[in-house]
Design a binder for this molecule. Structure first.
Ligand SMILES: Cc1ncc(COP(=O)(O)O)c(C=O)c1O
Length: 394
């Protein structure tokens, strides 16, 4: 598709080339195996093939299948690189590290599960973990910087171009985990990423009902290797999940715009209330200040220069975090809310809140992560204010 075609149009039409039946909603293909041609003349032994099979040569669904291929076709257009899908976000990271097999990986705190994948590689290959702010000279050719931006759980951002420059100055590679800012919000390739990774479980699925992961790259050799490796890793996404995710991609841009806008409005309200120097007795500002310590989100992040506005020109993502004044406030807050469901994960159409220490050992115990959904933001604000009042005993 031409570069001038917009995100939503791509979401709806990038897979038109795969329409072989007249159904408007794509069919779901559950078969694990596919009939070979009936014409003996066209049958070529695998060993005699000049090129390995491509994703649309359906043979066996551990290699490729119609619904995941449709999902990948749309994503290749949205992500501006060749996309390949996996059974989960973590299996996509596993595949990326299998491809690059770095000796060192520089990584920040971010999503704890990615550290679990790195620990597996450390056990197998001796992979050494370096901090995200390590000196460039600590990196060598073939090493990796894994940059999560915006970062889980805070929702604050890092300058992708600066990390790309650091990696490339040493012959290392930059993988950007862009889960918190899908297409429409951020294009890491524009700023020098070598591989873009997503937990598709979040915004690509969008409805808290499908687990998947995605890698995209502009390096065709890497893409071919990833496709071949996946056959043996066996970490393909399910057909049902791919069908659900195609359904969800159709609405990706509008969902994200609204969810991101809702988040920024809530964050702005909290941020401003917290900074009122002299809140009136009984005011909303006083209620907020009684229980809330801080709010974190790229929309209120202080940065040097204008990289953040350039990197995220259409909004700062639907996830933000808050720290409460006391641990027991954080523990009790979810039970006092009606429109925020107390659950882990993020990216669905429904708003979730999580007392993060329940699933993440690395965070401040006063921290709650909020994944803002499609509810009307004023209802969310009123719900939060009421819960804050109950917590503060006012
Ligand atoms: C930033 C980030 N990366 C990767 C993952 C892992 O994705 P999955 O749960 O789909 O394996 C998550 C999951 O929460 C995440 O938030």
């Amino acid at each position: 598709m031409s570069d001038s075609i917009g995100t939503s149009t791509r979401s709806l039409h990038a897979d038109d080339v795969l329409n072989t039946v007249s159904d408007v909603a794509p069919p779901m293909h559950l078969s694990t195996t596919f009939r070979y041609s009936n014409d003996p003349e066209t049958l070529i032994p695998f060993a005699d093939l000049s090129e390995p099979p491509t994703p649309t040569n359906y043979i066996y669904s551990r290699a490729s299948a119609p619904n995941p291929t449709r999902f990948e076709t749309i994503l290749s257009s949205l992500l501006n690189g060749s996309a390949i899908s996996y059974s989960s976000g973590l299996s996509s990271l596993h595949a990326a590290l299998t491809l690059l097999n770095p000796r060192r990986i520089s990584i920040g705190e971010g999503y704890h599960g990615c550290h679990g994948v790195i620990a597996l590689f450390t056990r197998l290959t001796g992979l050494q973990k370096l901090p995200l702010d390590c000196a460039a000279t600590d990196l060598e050719s073939g090493d990796v910087i894994l940059l999560e931006t915006p970062v889980n759980p805070f929702g604050t951002a890092f300058d992708i171009a600066a990390f790309a420059e650091k990696a490339h100055s040493r012959g290392a590679y930059l993988i950007v985990d862009s889960t918190f800012a899908p297409p429409g919000l951020q294009d890491p390739f524009l700023w020098g990423a070598d591989i873009v990774m997503h937990s598709g479980t979040k915004y690509f699925g969008g409805h808290s009902d499908a687990l998947c992961g995605v890698l995209a790259t502009r390096n065709q050799e890497w893409y071919k290797q990833l496709f071949e490796d996946r056959i043996f890793l066996g970490s393909v996404m399910g057909n049902m999940e791919a069908w659900l995710c195609v359904r969800s991609l159709r609405t990706l841009e509008v969902r994200l715009q609204r969810q991101s806008e809702n988040a920024s409005r809530l964050v702005h309200w909290l941020y401003t209330a917290l900074r009122d120097p002299a809140p009136k007795a009984g005011s909303d500002e006083e209620v907020v200040q009684n229980v809330l310590e801080e709010v974190f989100h790229a929309s209120v992040q202080k940065t040097e220069g204008d990289w953040l506005q350039k990197q995220m020109p259409n909004g700062f993502g639907p996830v933000f975090s808050i720290t409460m004044k006391e641990e027991h406030f954080a523990k009790a807050l979810p039970s006092k809310l009606h429109f925020f469901q107390h659950a882990t994960s993020l990216g669905g159409v429904e708003t979730l809140i999580e007392w993060r220490t329940l699933s993440d050992t690395m965070v401040d115990r006063r921290l709650l992560r909020v994944s803002v959904g499609l509810e009307n933001w004023e209802d969310l604000r009123v719900d939060l204010l009421k819960a804050f009042k109950e917590l503060g005993g006012k």
